[in-house]
Design a protein around this ligand. Structure first.
Ligand code: AHM
Ligand code: MG
Length: 347
């Protein structure tokens, strides 16, 4: 079987004038993924469960494993000289590498080192999400926010690591999506899911329905549509919500379905972070033939105004996401205004 490293090296030749920097960067992510995998696997046996004792910038209590994953991904990327700065869910400001090698790095990275970490104690899958952009400033110049505040359509590569019943690394450099399963016995990621395509429609919807009363009318109507008895369209659909974006998205990517964390009355722009959760997942969805929207705007066209900006997020099978957009258009024009009022700017 093909290993991740063999595959990345081979793919380098798809890019004319490639210098190997992106290849090395992806290698480094693969190495950090193995370290984090090992730590998560041992979570019940070592002292690494529970809270670290601090809050992150969103006021959420950091888990020890959030901090561990953050440190290891940052360290892996700092060792190489391809990345000059990182935006992470766990750091208020972007982390700038100012050692002489990294200073001239061509890329910036946005990441959520351990998404869904509230699930760790109960042994439910968690994930790492990352995206890579070419910096906007000249190599060697001071890094600025504009290097990171780029819309998803500028992504050079993105992916996730799913620490589930098996650990998988799934990524795209803009030529389709490929998935690799970690073989513990040899310590290698092996190509197990070549050229993943999201089925155009599915019969699974994932949403935290406890927030139902706060949802925009278009989302409420869509949920009712999913629940109608109509065997000719496979309805009622199945409801599946892990509460761990990478898991829910991965399932929908493999068998088809839709994941929704829409803005709602309490949080108009929802919960998920645009830069390091929505954009990379939207990029992968599109590369696999799926789609992502905030209800009205293609996620890949939204221009982040700040590193930790949140976004309404609906992603998955193309036909299902389009249906939600139709419902939003018909029933939730007020929500479009809310998004604009909240400062959502789309190209
Ligand atoms: P986190 O980045 O703090 O882990 O939050 C993101 C997670 C997603 O993985 C998941 O889909 C969602 O939050 C669940 O939120 P909720 O518990 O409100 O349904
Ligand atoms: Mg997260």
């Amino acid at each position: 079987m093909k290993t991740l490293i063999e595959f990345i090296n081979e793919k380098q030749h798809d890019f004319p004038f490639a210098t190997g920097e992106l290849t090395r960067l992806l290698h480094d992510i693969g190495i950090a993924a193995k370290i984090v995998h090992r730590e998560i696997n041992m979570a019940g046996l070592t002292e690494n469960m529970g809270y670290q004792g601090g809050d992150n910038v969103q006021g959420e209590r950091q888990k020890k494993l959030d901090v561990f994953a953050n440190q290891h991904f940052i360290r892996a990327l700092q060792m190489g000289s391809q990345v000059c700065a990182i935006a992470s869910e766990e750091n208020e400001k972007m982390v700038v590498f100012d050692n002489p090698n990294s200073k001239i790095g061509k890329y910036v990275v946005a990441m959520d080192p351990l998404d869904g970490s509230s699930n760790i104690e109960v042994n439910i899958p968690v994930g790492t999400i990352f995206s890579i952009y070419r910096r906007k400033t000249n190599q060697g110049d001071p890094v600025s926010d504009k290097d990171l505040l780029q819309p998803g359509k500028e992504i050079v590569a993105a992916g996730y690591i799913l620490y589930g019943s098996s650990t998988m690394l799934v990524y795209s450099t803009g030529n389709g999506v490929n998935g690799f399963t970690y073989d513990n016995s040899v310590g290698l990621f092996l190509l197990s899911h070549p050229d993943v395509k999201i089925p155009a429609k599915g019969n699974i919807y994932s949403i935290n329905e406890a927030n139902y009363i706060y949802f925009p009318e278009g989302i409420k109507k869509y949920i009712k549509y999913c629940q109608v008895d109509d065997p000719s369209t496979d309805r009622p659909y199945k409801s599946r919500y892990v509460g761990s974006l990478v898991s829910d998205f991965h399932r929908n990517m493999v068998v088809g379905g839709i994941y929704m964390y829409p803005g709602n009355l309490k949080n108009p722009v929802g919960k998920l972070r645009l830069l390091y959760e929505c954009q990379p997942i939207a990029f992968l969805a599109k590369q696999a033939g799926g789609k992502a929207t905030d209800g009205f705007h293609d996620i890949l066209n939204i221009v982040p105004q700040s590193i930790h900006q949140r976004s309404s997020f609906i992603v998955g099978s193309e036909e299902m996401v389009t249906k939600v957009e139709d419902y939003m258009e018909e029933y939730s024009q007020d929500f479009r205004e809310t998004l604009e009022h909240e400062g959502v700017i789309a190209l």
